[in-house]
Design a protein around this ligand. Structure first.
Ligand code: E4P
Length: 215
C-alpha cells in the first residue's frame, strides 16, 4: 500500500521524504490556506523534492473552469495529479481530462455509487473521506470495503485512496481491506513508526552494550 502525506507543509513533506517512506502528497484548499503561501510556489517545491504523486485541487465549480484549471495544473509538473470534486460538473471534467491523459483524483467521495461513477469516467484515484463519515456516525471503513469489492468485481483500474485518515488504526484497516493508498496527516504517519517497546528495547540494548568489554 502506498503512503501519502495529506499536507501542504514543505517541512513535513521533506522530513518524511528523507525517511524514505513517502509515496505521494495530497493537498486541498484548506491545507494550502494554512501555509499562507502561493499555491503554485508550494506545488513546485513539493514536486522538486522528487515526490512522484502530488495532488492539487481545482477550485472552479463549472466543468469548463475545472478543465482549464486542470490543464494548467497538469502543465506545472509531470508529478501533478488533478483533484476534482465529485459533482456532475466534476464527472464531466474528469472524463475530458482523463481522455487527454491527465491523472485525476476524484475527491469528496462519500458513497460507493460515487466511487463507481469516478471509475467509469476514468479517474486515476478515488478519494473516499472516511474520517468525516466516522464524525457523523457512519462507518467510513465499511465504505472502503464496498469500493474495493466493486472495483474488483469489474476490474476497474482506479486506485482507492483512503482519505480523511485520523489515526493509525485507519491505516491498518485500510491495508487489511486492500486499499491502494492511504493519505494521512504528518502526526499519523509519525505514529506508524513509533512503538514504546521499540524505544524500551533500544534503551536496554544500549545500556547492556556498555557492559561489553571494549578494545
Ligand atoms: C484528501 O485528499 C483530503 O485532503 C483530506 O484527507 C481531508 O481530510 P480531513 O477530513 O481531515 O480534512
Amino acid at each position: 500500500m502506498k503512503l501519502f502525506l495529506d499536507t501542504a507543509s514543505l517541512a513535513e513533506i521533506r522530513k518524511m521524504w528523507e525517511v524514505g517512506i513517502l509515496d505521494g502528497v495530497t493537498t486541498n484548499p484548506t491545507l494550502v490556506a494554512k501555509e499562507g503561501r502561493k499555491f503554485e510556489e508550494v506545488l513546485r517545491e513539493i514536486c522538486a523534492l522528487g515526490v512522484p504523486s502530488v495532488s492539487a485541487e481545482v477550485v472552479a465549480t463549472a466543468s469548463e473552469g475545472m478543465i482549464a484549471e486542470g490543464r494548467h495544473l497538469r502543465g506545472l509538473h509531470p508529478s501533478i495529479y488533478v483533484k476534482v470534486p465529485m459533482t456532475p460538473d466534476g464527472l464531466r471534467a474528469t472524463k475530458v481530462l482523463a481522455s487527454e491523459g491527465t491523472r485525476v483524483n476524484m475527491t469528496l467521495v462519500f458513497s460507493a455509487n460515487q466511487a463507481l461513477l469516478a471509475a467509469k469516467v476514468g479517474a486515476t484515484y478515488v478519494s473516499p473521506f472516511i474520517g468525516r463519515l466516522d464524525d457523523v456516525g457512519q462507518d467510513g471503513m465499511e465504505l472502503i470495503r464496498d469500493i474495493v469489492t466493486i472495483y474488483r468485481n469489474y476490474r476497474f483500474k482506479t486506485e482507492v485512496l483512503v482519505a480523511s485518515v485520523r489515526h493509525p488504526v485507519h491505516v491498518l484497516e485500510a491495508a487489511k481491506v486492500g486499499a491502494d493508498i492511504a493519505t494521512m496527516p504528518f502526526n499519523v504517519m509519525e505514529k506508524l513508526v513509533q512503538h514504546p517497546l521499540t524505544d524500551l528495547g533500544l534503551a536496554r540494548f544500549l545500556k547492556d552494550w556498555e557492559k561489553v568489554p571494549k578494545g
